[in-house]
Ligand binder design. Structure first.
Ligand code: ZN
Length: 413
């Protein structure tokens, strides 16, 4: 998206403000207000489009305009109602009504994403895609193809019913046809046996299977030692971390906790859904040569399956309450995931301070696939000595891949 939305089209600003807008408020939270221009809703080919406006209480950062902030944005969104997907075609950002950034893309080239439940796009989509007027559709005589089947009607939120960020219950994500393959976490059921020691250990992963060849031949492998960095003034992470984890399993290589839809992080390259977190002890990445006793990997994927891993280090200290709840259901036996009894959200496992290092790397387990965006949080959390030992007891061996060469890669912060 970043490469695509680059054209600075000041000219559109005129268009934005020229039509007689009729703004309806769709959502009003403490920090931001979402409005949609009813007059702008149009059907264009198979898509619907609408202008929306978001007003923020505090100035926001745009990673593409490092030195500028904005406190309101106007966006042109295209909605593919049957597929329940949304794309952004135009963006204008303002600081106190002065435009600081604009970008546009042709709707045909725009990337359509599955909105995160309760996000602005999701709320706007429900409004725009709501079948109010009987739509003229040729009466289907045969069962319709999966694709053209109208999306299950979602309950329309009561107008003005502001959903607070503190909503305790995670809304059940709409039952969607699972079209995307799940994250190809190598921790999944694997055909080729690999380990952290001996003949099937890290030094030989690349030889164990042709599918694992990248483990040996890759030039952008993880983990790495984060030492020399380039200052890029990375903006604090934008993420949603309030939805509780679903289940936990010992997969033989790690303890993995899976998430339902809802948690996400937003990068310049788009939105990534949190899929799972698993743990390594000792840490895989190191910071200025420092090895941490525990590292969590929150694996995120976008709609195309591109991966981003958010890594959190833990030092030995105070017990972590999130881990305490998870560890209560940790099993020594390798097996299928077990539903979690306690509510654990990612925010309990990720530091509040959102500064991080970023580099391009790979999965740290076979098949060592590259093109993974790594975000390593600078600030560690703590876990008690007992909590760290409990993981070691369950996995029964270290589960960290040795450090990999940077081969000229740059780590930014
Ligand atoms: Zn990992």
């Amino acid at each position: 998206m970043k490469q695509l939305i680059t054209a600075l089209l000041l000219y559109f600003a005129v268009i934005v403000s020229s039509h007689a807008a009729a703004w309806v408020k769709l959502n009003d939270q403490n920090t931001e207000k979402l409005m949609l221009d009813k007059q702008s809703v149009l059907q264009k080919d198979t898509l619907k489009r609408a202008w929306v406006k978001i007003e923020y209480k505090t100035p926001q950062n745009n990673p593409e305009t490092i030195d500028k902030t904005y406190n309101s944005a106007k966006l042109l969104w295209f909605f593919d109602c049957p597929a329940q997907k949304v794309a952004t075609a135009q963006v204008f950002q303002y600081l106190d009504n002065e435009m600081v950034y604009s970008a546009a893309i042709d709707a045909k080239s725009a990337e359509f994403i599955d909105p995160v439940p309760e996000s602005h796009v999701d709320i706007a989509m429900r409004y725009v895609c709501k079948p109010e007027k009987p739509v003229v559709v040729a009466k289907p005589t045969k069962p319709e193809a999966e694709k053209t089947k109208p999306a299950p009607a979602k309950p329309e939120p009561a107008p003005e019913a502001a959903k607070t960020e503190k909503a305790e219950k995670a809304p059940e994500p709409p039952a969607k046809v699972a079209t995307k393959p799940d994250v190809k976490a190598s921790d999944d059921k694997h055909k080729t046996h690999w380990t952290y020691q001996g003949k099937t250990g890290p030094d030989n992963w690349g030889k164990l299977s042709p599918e694992f060849a990248t483990c040996a031949s890759g030039r952008n492998q993880s983990p790495v030692n984060i030492d020399a960095t380039t200052h890029a003034a990375l903006k604090p992470l934008k993420s949603i971390q309030k939805f509780a984890a679903k289940d936990i399993a010992n997969n033989g290589h790690s303890v993995q906790v899976n998430f339902k839809e809802g948690n996400m992080l937003v990068l310049d390259s788009g939105a990534y859904q949190m899929k799972q977190v698993h743990f390594h002890s000792p840490s895989e990445n190191t910071i200025h040569g420092k090895i941490f006793p525990l590292e969590a990997h929150f694996v995120h994927a976008d709609s195309k399956g591109n991966l981003t891993v958010l890594a959190v280090m833990y030092t030995e200290g105070k017990a972590n309450l999130g881990l305490a709840k998870l560890w209560g259901q940790m099993s020594k036996e390798v097996g299928e995931p077990v539903a979690l009894k306690n509510r654990v959200t990612p925010s309990e496992l990720i530091p509040e301070n959102r500064s991080y290092y970023r580099y391009s790397g790979s999965l740290t387990t076979p098949p060592c696939t590259e093109g993974v965006r790594w975000l390593v949080m600078k600030n560690p959390m703590t876990a008690s000595k007992e909590q760290i030992k409990a993981l070691n007891d369950v996995i029964q061996h270290d589960n960290n891949r040795p450090l990999q060469a940077l081969n000229g890669r740059i780590i930014v912060e």
